[in-house]
Design a protein around this ligand. Structure first.
Ligand code: FAD
Length: 435
């Protein structure tokens, strides 16, 4: 009897433990993706666009192995059970995931399937180290990164699984069409310069990154204008790349050690979210912060019209690319929460509606970290906007790239146009006094 492999955010064939186990068993395999009504409604259009690239690429990959991707619409649990009835499948394999939605979905699937004597098995693959494998003595998760990092380094990683050589599939099954124009639905803008998705693209980016640029990461990674980070976050978000395969390949290159550490940050937030699924809604660490309802400040921030160039550059990069450099994410999030005192959830929701890599654990975990309600050991960290601007964009090149009104502003004027004489035409005065 066949095994259904339910794909969710693991849209690849290389190092896919749930797929590899099904293929190894020698039984027929039915790869399934359900375009879940709830997910489609809530997803950012930029992520639906990425998904629209990733699904045909996955189908192509599976076809090369003699298989196919069955695509269905509706509720994931209902559609999986319907396909099980159609094919006689008595096993469902899927990758374990941590968000509240994913955990509820897996629990519902398990309950409904087991009532029909269908066995559901969850596999690793969404993180390098699965939540629960690096656990402190006497606790269920690490609350602080550095001890987590030490434990993470000490975990024995599983060996990456090669893509199956061949899949045996049941015949006579209607695979269903991969939906066209997915990004017509969903929330948020469709960014003109968003990244293309899919396993082939992702592997091309990974090879290029590991081949050369990764070695400069430590020195250039924080330089906003250099744009010298991997840009693999959306590929990891959709599982078009295996985080384990990436981390294992990077670990073989000594110069890539700082990059490997960043991948551990991703796992860190995932294990926090597994233990605290309310991460996108509630303070992880309760603090009495007097948040302000500054709707016009929030709107200016979203549009990149705060009059503070480094903030506006970051926010406009987000709208233009569905991506923002990590340093700019830190600066823009700190501006909103620490200067405007707008609640972290409002900022997190905006990021989540635009980012191609938007991920519940990483996005809201980082927002809470910046706001001081999360896992930062120094929640009252001071934040000097102009110092950040000058340090991480010393020539103002990042600012000029994304804020065309300041294209002619040379040197220091790019950071502080309010001091320019005569004033820069068409650019707003700063929302707050930034001197
Ligand atoms: P690189 O610098 O090349 O890093 C490699 C990978 O490590 C990234 O792709 C990512 O998977 C992981 N990583 C790096 N830094 C972090 C971090 N601080 N937390 C978690 N993972 C990290 N990342 C997301 O993937 N999705 C999000 O929704 C997200 N929201 C964020 C919101 C805020 C306010 C902040 C400050 C950070 C957020 N990040 C998020 C983390 C980080 O900014 C991005 O992962 C990174 O900018 C992506 O670019 P890159 O792939 O070039 O990263």
């Amino acid at each position: 009897r066949p095994t259904i492999v339910l794909f969710t955010r693991d849209l690849r064939i290389c190092d896919h433990p749930a797929l590899a186990a099904a293929a190894r068993s020698g039984r027929p395999v039915v790869p399934l993706f359900v375009l879940d009504r709830a997910v489609r409604r809530r997803s950012a259009r930029n992520r639906l666009s990425y998904l629209g690239d990733a699904l045909p690429a996955l189908r192509e990959g599976l076809r090369r192995l003699g298989g196919d991707l069955v695509v269905r619409f509706g509720d994931t649990v209902d559609e999986t059970l319907r396909l099980a009835a159609e094919t006689g499948a008595d096993r469902v394999n899927l990758s374990a995931d941590v968000s509240a939605f994913a955990a509820r979905r897996a629990a519902r699937l398990r309950e409904a399937a087991e009532a029909q004597r269908i066995r559901v098995r969850e596999f690793p693959g969404v993180t390098v180290v699965p939540p629960g494998e690096a656990v402190p003595a006497g606790g269920d998760h690490y609350k602080v990164f550095t001890p987590y990092w030490r434990a993470w380094e000490g975990v024995r990683w599983r060996t990456p699984e090669p893509a199956p050589k061949r899949l045996e599939v049941p015949s006579g099954l209607d695979p269903g069409a991969v939906p066209q124009r997915l990004a017509d639905s969903g929330t948020g803008p469709l960014s003109p310069h968003r990244q293309r998705g899919g396993e082939v693209e992702a592997r091309r980016r990974m090879d290029a990154w590991l081949g050369a640029a990764c070695a400069d990461y430590e020195h250039a990674g924080d330089d906003l204008a250099a744009d010298a980070t991997s840009r693999l976050s959306a590929d990891l978000r959709f599982g078009c790349l295996s985080p384990l395969e990436l981390a294992a390949a990077a670990r073989e290159r000594t110069a890539c050690a700082p990059f490997v550490r960043q991948l551990a940050w991703r796992d860190f937030h995932h294990q926090v979210c597994a233990a605290f699924p309310d991460l996108p809604r509630r303070d992880y660490r309760r603090r009495d912060i007097a948040w302000r309802a500054d709707e016009s400040g929030l709107a200016a921030w979203r549009e990149g019209r705060t009059g503070v160039p480094i903030v506006d550059a970051g926010m406009r990069q987000l709208l233009d690319e569905g991506f923002m450099h990590n340093r700019a994410r830190l600066i823009t999030a700190a501006f909103l929460t620490k200067r405007l005192r707008v609640h972290w959830k409002r900022g997190g929701d905006h990021f989540h509606a635009v980012l191609s890599d938007g991920d519940i654990a990483d996005n809201y975990g980082n927002w809470q970290w910046v706001a001081g309600t999360g896992n930062d050991t120094r929640p009252n960290r001071s934040f000097n906007l102009l110092r950040q601007s000058r340090r991480f964009d010393p020539d103002g090149a990042y600012i000029r790239r994304y804020v065309p009104e300041l294209a002619a502003a040379a040197g220091p004027d790019a950071h502080t146009p309010w001091r320019a004489d005569p004033p820069v035409p068409g650019y707003p005065p700063p929302l707050l006094d930034e001197d």
